[in-house]
Design a protein around this ligand. Sequence first.
Ligand code: SF4
Length: 546
Amino acid sequence: MDSQPTLFGSVPSVAGALFSEDDRYRLFARKVWPVLAGTRAALEKCYCPDNGRPGVEPVLLMGVLVLQFLERLPDRQALEMVKYHLGWKLALNLELEQKAFHPTVLCYFRQRLVENEIAGTAFRAVLDALQEEGLVAKRTRQRLDSTHVIGLVARLSTLDCIRETLRLALEELGETLPEKERPDFWPLLWERYVENKLDYKSAEAVLRSKQKQAGEDICLLLKWLDPLPVPVREGRQVALLRKVFEENYTLDESGQCEPVKVRGSGVIQTPHEPQAQYCVKGQGKARQSWVGYKVQVAESIGEEGSGNFLTSIVTQEATGSDDAGLPAALHKQKGMGLEAPSELYVNGAYISAEALARAEKENRELLGPAQPSAHKENVFGAEGFDVKVEQRRAFCPAGKESTQCSRLVEKQSGKVSYRFEWSWQCHGCQWREKCVGTNQRHRTLVVGQYHTLLQKRRREQNTPLFVERMKIRNGIEGTQSELVRAHGLRRARYRGKAKVDLQNQFIGAACNIKRWLRWLARQIKGKAPENSPPRGCGGLELAFCG
Ligand code: SF4
């Protein structure tokens, strides 16, 4: 691709005066475009060099995608910007007469990025450039939090999901099976599930009987499919139908199917997006439920004046835990050449005894409040006891030492815990009511092998110093709000986890670029004379401003 446009066809030669030194498009062309151009070698592997007509330059496509997420535009509008917007032409190093390409080229390009597992190329390239500029240190202080991403799906009831999956499977089979090879019950199923829609206003009993009926019909169809060749019985939609059946029905010994009473977590919510999961978080007014994904966002905490930049974005299943998200985020950063953060600020969902032990072992500080121990109301929890796991000793709220300590190992996970017991001390103790359960003779306490770390954190998290230190974590809430409001993180534009991850990576790259350009503009303004005219922030710039 030409790195220099011709003299009279270039934006700077014709309309250079429109773009000041600190203009974001000029800065994009000067600082970001060379970074994107540097990804060309990685992008080349998405293409076959000697096959078919020449494609659109991949670096240009990468640039369009980045600008698209910067300004939160759909494909078609992004291509109009390529065609008509001088700022975009300047940013993308295009000549004035550059024609746009068809919007579907962006779809194919994204598909190539996903298939070649290089969806994070732009994010990584920008992060590398920020490191070179000295804006992100190899080992930094960071904050981490997760938020939800709503999948590109309609919420379906269980019965709707089952019927829709059956409809898609019948349509798939209808394309592969000639009419004479179809079973006798085919017209009935076709009429019931393809030609008819469910009346969701039907009475509860009717809906229940339809769910049972659907299960029996699926059973009948799957049994009939069993002896058929693999391509027929293992088609994409039939495989999905099999899974939906397993998740929603049980078979008794006589082969009769019954709808399950409670569906497990992570079950398919819609056949159109099987990877999107249903999840609930919070309670009361703060309760949120969604079908989709979850994303972990980590951000560096820069020193005064250097700004904060995203250091990793990890897409998880909606039901994925924060406990698993933390190591995944650190692993991703390691793959991008960053060291584990010296201090990592998180909320209580990330703090567990194991996480604290891991952090200590890896020589990093994990800062966040520990959750209270699980215990009944008005009963002393683990917090009321002084436990010294290493010495196998524990002291109860009455100051009595435990009489016995047993080491327990969970067979499957290998998890080690310790059970402390108090025996004769509990008889006649003034705290007995608040300490010993009605069915117990004396008090027992089970704690994990790293309980000492958890106990230490529970004690220090109430000190003014810790509370003051934790204020720095709040910035990640603002960053998430910025990602949601300015870049559209909340709603998936695409289907499938891999593509939702691609979206998140581009949003991360766009956010870092925006912050970088702002920092550069501030540097330039700092050098500018005091009477230079102020520049406003309007129209499209709003997207840049977040
Ligand atoms: S009931 Fe037993 S364990 Fe509880 S405070 Fe009294 S002596 Fe300690």
